[in-house]
Design a protein around this ligand. Structure first.
Ligand SMILES: Cc1ncc(COP(=O)(O)O)c(C=O)c1O
Length: 487
């Protein structure tokens, strides 16, 4: 095996043999554990529950109903087959005009119609993954860097750096101020790069944030824009979770800030978007680059040949997103359902004393298990994580894989499963906490049996949670092959 690997390094490229994809990281152990033993309510009730997947599956019934009621939108139906040939032979990398119009309108709607998007600036890509990479190719050269507030989405490492040769430098954000991005933290990261002779070409923000589930306020967005303008570097805003906001404060797009700050350099501002989270269509690979810079639009459009959205998908999406009644209903209902699920999960955790960062968006909670670590280290975080995967049988994601600067935080996804599975997951957490507490009491020591976890939790309302009637949903838990893109 070793011999084979060495051989491959000799005959293949550096990209093919380096570890830029990141699949060999500890992060994937949880996915492997899930894949080898996936939970199923009847066939495998003791299997691993997948809580490591940021997928939005809560409103699929609405989409399915729309698809049934609009057979003309699908070119493989009796009603739509007349369009088959025209759609199948279209291969212009500008995309179908109706697709660009519909996406621009949808993006405006999600932003409360407070901003306008020019369809001529919409560039297609294979998901936000492709959008990030194409932008990186347009904005930076190998060795250059982008600053990224941490904790951040682990896929950024693959998407922005693997094939482009650029690097990401974390802007350290801390729990003491709820991981707020401050000018000071930005300056520190910039300064550090300069001291190492690394050319910083931009700042990448993710708003709302994966993994925090929080939105950036106006002050932070304006400060970030001022910072990038002052340094004459790019500002990229990944707004892939823009329609997942389920409570106040509202989402504010960088497009609104730009509109208000007439003096900012528009050539330096770019938005990344996709339909993977807001509509829950990661399989359609609909990604968008929206750049205010004409040259970037032109170059990215040429590059988009490497990752176009199939015209069949464009055609369907154009019809779907042009249906105002459907879109309005979907956006509001999806946010209600996400809010309800978020409340169920965060309350369920709080009832056994587990806190999570106050959040109002996204498909996950940022769970605080710092008190359960044996010691404040990333080794201890991984140790606790292994217990949660292999014993509690929940695949949650450790903060270290998001480049979090403090050990003990875990991302828990909640929108890729039905109500019943959520209830089972919460029951497992409660049992785990009780067991540890019981052992602790029996031993008279502040230690738990298997993992020596320090716990100090309250169980007052545990029965209440166990007895809570739950909504049944028609969804079944989805399987997740390891080859899935990291979400
Ligand atoms: C912040 C963020 N950006 C980009 C992506 C990639 O999304 P896509 O499926 O559109 O490639 C993800 C997926 O999880 C994400 O969370």
């Amino acid at each position: 095996m070793m011999h084979m690997l060495k051989n491959q390094e000799q005959v293949l490229s550096k990209i093919a043999t380096n570890d830029g994809h990141g699949e060999n990281s500890a992060f994937f152990d949880g996915w492997k554990a899930y894949d080898s033993d996936p939970y199923h309510p009847t066939k495998n009730p003791n299997g691993v529950i997948q809580m490591g997947l940021a997928e939005n599956q809560l409103s699929f019934d609405l989409v399915q109903k729309w698809v049934r009621n609009n057979p003309k939108a699908s070119i493989c139906t009796t009603e739509g087959a007349n369009d088959f040939k025209d759609i199948a032979i279209f291969q212009d990398y500008h995309g179908l005009p109706e697709f660009r119009n519909a996406v621009a309108k949808f993006m405006e709607k999600v932003r409360g119609n407070r901003v306008r998007f020019d369809p001529a600036r919409i560039v297609m890509s294979g998901g936000a993954t492709g959008a990030q990479e194409a932008l990186a190719f347009c904005l930076a050269d190998p060795g250059d860097a982008l600053l990224v507030p941490a904790p951040y989405y682990p896929g950024n490492d693959r998407d922005l750096t693997w094939r482009t040769g650029i690097q990401l430098l974390p802007v350290v954000c801390e729990s003491s101020n709820d991981f707020k991005i401050t000018r000071e933290a930005l300056e520190t990261a910039y300064q550090k790069a300069q001291e190492s002779n690394i050319r910083v070409k931009g700042l990448l923000l993710n708003n709302p944030s994966n993994p925090l589930g929080t939105v950036l306020d106006k002050e932070t967005l304006t400060e970030s824009l001022n910072f990038t303008n002052d340094k004459k570097i790019h500002l990229i805003c990944d707004e892939i979770y823009s329609a997942t906001v389920f409570s106040q404060p509202d989402f504010i797009s960088i497009a609104e800030i730009v509109q208000e700050n007439k003096n900012c350099d528009l050539d330096l501002v770019h938005i990344v978007y996709s339909l993977s989270k807001d509509l829950g269509f990661p399989g359609f690979r609909v990604g968008i680059i929206y750049s205010y810079n004409d040259s970037v639009v032109n170059c990215a459009r040429k590059m988009s040949s490497f990752g176009l959205v199939s015209t069949q998908t464009q055609h369907l999406i154009a019809s779907m997103l042009s249906d105002d009644v459907f879109v309005d209903r979907f956006i509001s209902e999806s946010s209600v359902r996400l809010g309800a699920r978020h409340r169920d999960l965060s309350r369920g955790l709080a009832q056994v004393g587990i806190g999570s960062l106050k959040s109002n968006a996204g498909l996950f909670c940022w769970m605080d298990l710092r008190r359960m670590l044996k010691e404040p280290s990333f080794e201890a975080e991984l140790e606790l994580w292994r217990v949660i995967i292999y014993e509690v049988k929940l695949n949650v994601s450790p903060g270290g894989s998001f480049h979090c600067s403090e050990p003990g935080w875990f991302r828990v996804c909640f929108a890729n499963m039905d109500d019943e599975t959520t209830r089972v997951a919460l029951n497992r957490i409660h049992k785990f906490v009780i067991q540890n507490k019981g052992v602790e009491a029996n031993n008279g020591k502040k230690q738990c049996r298997r993992s020596k976890l320090e716990v100090s939790l309250s169980f007052r309302r545990l029965d209440e949670i166990m007895m809570t009637p739950h909504r049944m949903s028609p969804h079944s838990p989805m399987s997740s092959p390891l080859v899935r893109a990291r979400t």
